[in-house]
Design a protein. Structure first.
Length: 560
């Protein structure tokens, strides 16, 4: 077959990488931002050592690219570069590489082609994971001080990209317990710890929000078989929409010939197994295993080269590659041009500019406050250039907006509060946009208090139905300045219960926010629901037109 003959030629390696790079650049420049990309772009405007959802690497990379080009291309520029460098490193990790096989494996893995230009934490994680494996292989060959320093640095950079990188180090150690006898490995760990301390300190100063969210708040109330099935199907799609099953099979049956390859296989099996077990606690996103793309590529390549029984597959891989490339090309076109209007396939990447302009016209120069969505204000700010914010009610999760002091710019000023029609809030205006209908409330003097944190002394209690239970709360003022109070509608402290996905409504107390701020340590009586069961309780601030806002971590209340 002609394609096989083409890929056999060594001299086409640079051409292959160049085409890959140019396609990614074009995609980066002509595709509108996805929701999370816009959110991470806002990260880059508030550089810090940490964020609610992720470490800071994605923000730093966006900051660098956006400093050169103030558009989608700039947001994604560094990601495209890291994606190509990942291929270069993966290439170096394969001894006696078969170019034809290497290129075919890349062609059937659509995620590397389409996702490699997205401004998300996964791209730097994939790159620094590949770099970590390259340095680890060098460390195994020569435990020099240079390789020790590089090992410590690569682990830290991986952790600064996404927490999932910790799993790669853990399974590497499990694959080679002799590392625990190597002094320089401990030195590398110390270097990683020192480099990662600024982020750990940020987590400490903010009460470890990432751990609370990822390990506690994301847990589902009950197991659903759909979580596991969705995860398995997602992994098959991640490693190739057509040939993912075959690529993973290659990697799993690869004969191991070195401690380095044993680490790759332990990481592959360990990470996939870890997240499979995690589906018993809640939904697992398919992309959480993306750091396995390099180990899978290396193992799959070596497996086909070493096992005669797999040689037959070289006859079908080109066909899988062609089918995948056709799918990828169609997806690339759709990401740029919405040629299927009305079909809800990633609508977030289309029509953002006219949507933001329509909102902007109705706002008439006022800042816009969105409800329960960190994506909408991020998109609006990127495409309109105007100020936006989000207020989260008690029944949605917190996000990084709960840690930025953007509210201080809005206090006491006119603002337009916008929300989808399903929100039960007073409406002064309704209008249609290219992204559907929106409702709005014109607030002459805006006040909300998302950075007020109410810390309950107890996080788990058992009580009787209908019981009146006292709670001690510590109030933390995240604004680090006196908080202005809306004199017309003064905010009050309250609480709200939920059971599984059912919201039970909020209850206001007679304690005003101003008095609570003065006391700092406050006492509140909570009326327990009448029906037995396990409930989630959160303490809130009621301000202006708003529902109970998200101002505390969850207290688990078991009614017996």
């Amino acid at each position: 077959m002609g394609i096989i003959h083409y890929f056999k030629k060594d001299q086409y390696k640079n051409l292959f990488l160049l085409v890959w790079f140019l396609l990614a650049l074009l995609q980066a420049g002509f595709t509108e931002l996805m929701d999370d990309e816009a959110y991470y772009w806002v990260y880059s405007r508030h550089l810090d050592w940490g964020y609610f959802d992720h470490p800071p690497m994605v923000a730093l990379l966006i900051k660098i690219g956006y400093g050169l080009f103030h558009n989608e291309f700039g947001v994604r520029l560094c990601m495209v570069i890291l994606n190509v460098l990942t291929l270069v490193i993966t290439d170096k990790l394969i001894p006696r590489r078969d170019n034809r096989l290497f290129y075919l494996l890349l062609c059937v893995m659509a995620a590397m082609q389409l996702g490699g230009m997205l401004a998300v934490p996964d791209v730097p994680l994939i790159f620094f994971a590949a770099l970590y494996f390259l340095v680890y292989r060098n460390f195994l060959e020569q435990q020099s001080w240079k390789n020790t320093l590089l090992l410590g640095l690569s682990m830290a950079l991986m952790f600064y990209s996404k927490y999932h990188g910790i799993l790669l180090v853990a399974f590497t150690v499990i694959s080679n317990l002799n590392l625990l006898r190597v002094f320089k490995f401990y030195v590398a760990v110390v270097i990683t710890t020192i480099l990662f301390l600024p982020h750990l300190y940020w987590q400490y100063m903010h009460d470890f929000p990432s751990l609370q969210y990822h390990l506690v708040e994301r847990n589902a109330s009950t197991y659903q078989f759909g979580f596991t099935l969705e995860y398995i199907l997602g992994q098959l799609a991640l490693f190739g929409p057509v040939a993912g099953w075959l690529v993973l099979y290659y990697a799993f049956v690869c004969p191991i010939q070195s401690a380095f390859e044993r680490a790759l296989k332990f990481c592959l099996i360990g990470v996939l197994g870890f997240f499979l077990l995690s589906t018993f606690k809640g939904r697992v996103e398919s992309n959480w295993t993306v750091m396995l793309l390099t180990p899978t590529m290396v193992l799959a390549h070596q497996s086909v080269r070493r096992k005669r029984s797999l040689k037959w597959s070289l006859r079908i891989l080109p066909y899988f590659a062609v089918i995948t490339l056709i799918l990828v090309m169609a997806t690339r076109i759709y990401m740029v041009w919405d040629f299927m209007p009305g079909v809800e396939i990633r609508p977030e990447i289309h029509h953002n500019k006219p949507w933001a302009e329509e909102i902007k016209q109705h706002a008439a120069g006022r800042p816009v406050v969105f409800i329960n969505s960190y994506q909408w204000p991020s998109k609006y700010m990127f495409y309109s250039g105007e100020l936006a914010y989000v207020v989260n009610n008690r029944y949605t999760r917190r996000n990084q907006y709960n840690y930025w002091d953007t509210e201080k710019q809005l206090w006491g000023k006119p603002a337009m509060i916008v929300f989808t029609p399903d929100n039960k809030l007073p409406v002064t205006d309704s209008f249609n946009t290219v992204k559907g209908p929106w409702s709005a409330y014109d607030e002459d003097h805006y006040y909300s208090y998302s950075l007020i944190t109410l810390v309950p002394a107890m996080k788990y209690v058992k009580v009787k139905p209908g019981q009146h239970m006292p709670f001690i709360l510590q109030l933390k003022n995240g604004y680090h300045m006196p908080v202005p109070i809306d004199k017309e509608h003064e905010a009050v402290i309250g609480y709200a219960f939920a059971k599984k996905e059912e919201a039970l409504g909020g209850v206001k107390s007679d304690l005003s926010l101003s008095r609570a701020i003065e006391r700092r340590i406050i006492r509140m009586e909570v009326i327990v629901p009448d029906k037995p069961g396990t409930y989630q309780l959160k303490f809130c601030v009621f301000a202006g037109i708003f529902f109970p806002t998200h101002n505390s971590q969850t207290v688990t209340v078991v009614v017996e």
